[in-house]
Write a new protein. Structure first.
Length: 190
């Protein structure tokens, strides 16, 4: 398991944010582990609020496995507390955005649990994901379904993403944006 400590000023009251990488492997035929179930529950809260993702509402265990675990290059979870008081506060995934010669571009998905927003955690996860993507051999990061009204657009812009495309009438008649950022400015893979 690859894990790391990310402790920035605003998170000191939480004892720091601990990042834990999940290694789902083949998950279709086994029960989910505690960390995976916590991720499923937290993601369903984001969906129930209609925030940022195309799913219309809470998703089943199998839909969660397909969306968050199957075929992912990285599944990173963020936690506060320890022992019985562990709380999942956010997560991201990375996967190839395309096959074969297009697989050098990563695609990612992010969320921060509502009580933890606007404290820099989303930006911290995004920074972390870019470094990890680079270290795993990706040289660019692309988002395919950024809602035009998602406040995360400001965050992405600040982190160097460019809006490179707009696809009409994707989500309930609303357009979605494609954002892209080269990762060439980050340390190359060792
Ligand atoms: C998008 C998301 C991950 C951002 O997470 P976050 O933890 O709120 O992100 P940050 O705190 O780093 O940045 C958000 C804002 O807080 C501000 N902020 C950062 N640190 C701060 C701090 N210490 N105190 C106050 N505000 C702060 C940032 O300036 C930013 O402002 P902006 O609205 O002008 O961009 C979160 O809102 C989320 O999970 N949304 C629902 C799911 C979603 O939309 N995911 C993205 C799909 S494309």
């Amino acid at each position: 398991m690859t894990s790391g400590e990310v402790t920035i000023g605003t998170f000191v009251d939480a004892g720091g944010i601990r990042l834990v990488e999940l290694h789902p492997g083949e998950v279709w035929d086994r029960p989910l582990g505690d960390e995976e179930r916590a991720l499923h529950a937290a993601f369903n809260e984001v969906l129930a609020a209609g925030e940022g993702y195309p799913q219309a509402g809470p998703i089943s265990r199998d839909e969660f496995v397909a969306y968050w675990l199957t075929g992912k290059s990285v599944v990173m979870t963020a936690w506060t507390g320890s022992g019985d008081s562990n709380e999942l506060v956010g997560a991201y995934y990375l996967q190839p955005n395309g096959f074969g010669r297009a697989a050098h571009v990563a695609n990612g998905g992010y969320f921060v649990s509502a009580p933890w927003r606007n404290r820099g955690l989303g930006g911290t996860l995004l920074d972390h994901s870019m470094t990890v993507a680079r270290s795993r051999g990706f040289d660019a990061l692309q988002f395919n379904f950024v809602f035009v009204d998602n406040p995360a657009r400001r965050l992405y812009r600040r982190k160097g993403f460019r809006e490179v495309g707009r696809v009409p009438e994707v989500i309930d008649g609303a357009d979605v944006l494609i954002l892209w950022r080269s990762l060439a400015d980050l340390s190359p893979p060792v």
